[in-house]
Design a protein around this ligand. Structure first.
Ligand SMILES: [Zn+2]
Length: 89
């Protein structure tokens, strides 16, 4: 394993950071983190099931220590990233 490891807030599995999707919060809403973004981050596997699991477990509020709403815009953006990553999984 090379590079740092992070835990997915959905399934709690530890994976290489580069395999995970980094998230951040903007005005109380969860967004995809742009490369190099600073501030508190959380990570999800590129898998809609992990997004669902994180939502069920209220993991976003805990990870970001505050309001972190998952809206349709984020769900769509996340799904698009998952599709884009399928080729390398
Ligand atoms: Zn996961």
């Amino acid at each position: 394993m090379d590079g740092p490891e992070r835990s997915c807030i959905g399934c709690r599995r530890k994976r290489a950071q580069r395999e995970l999707i980094r998230l951040r919060v903007e005005d109380g809403r969860v967004r995809l983190a742009t490369p190099g973004a600073s501030g508190r981050g959380a990570y999800l596997c590129p898998d809609p099931a992990c997004l669902e699991a994180a939502g069920r477990r209220r993991a976003f509020g805990r990870a970001f220590r505050g309001p972190a709403a998952v809206d349709e815009e984020f769900v769509a953006a996340f799904a698009a990233v998952c599709d884009g990553r399928k080729a390398v999984r």
